[in-house]
Write a protein that binds this ligand. Sequence first.
Ligand SMILES: [Zn+2]
Length: 111
Amino acid sequence: MKRNKCEECGGKIIRKKVPFKLYGVELGLFPADFCSKCNEEVYDESTLEKINKIAKQKGLWGLESRTKVGEVGNSLDIRIGRKIADFIGLRKGKEVLVHPENKKRIIIDIV
Ligand SMILES: [Zn+2]
């Protein structure tokens, strides 16, 4: 399945190697269908498998997890899984800055 036009914006698609980053970690350069207009990147199935394999080797797999909001006193409580905590070096007692990015996303900055 070869694309010449971007499905998002109708821009011209070029085949080139683009850097792939996951959670801020460079995984390498991978061939992609790249839109010269909107910068949309589309990888084929075998490339995605390769990217997933490298992500697993670098310990970046399973960092995303679902959690439920709890309640402690007057505050709400969101649990951060051990894998994410280890990845960013978060420990009990560390100070963080919590702020909304918009109505659907909260940012937690390690101070
Ligand atoms: Zn496009």
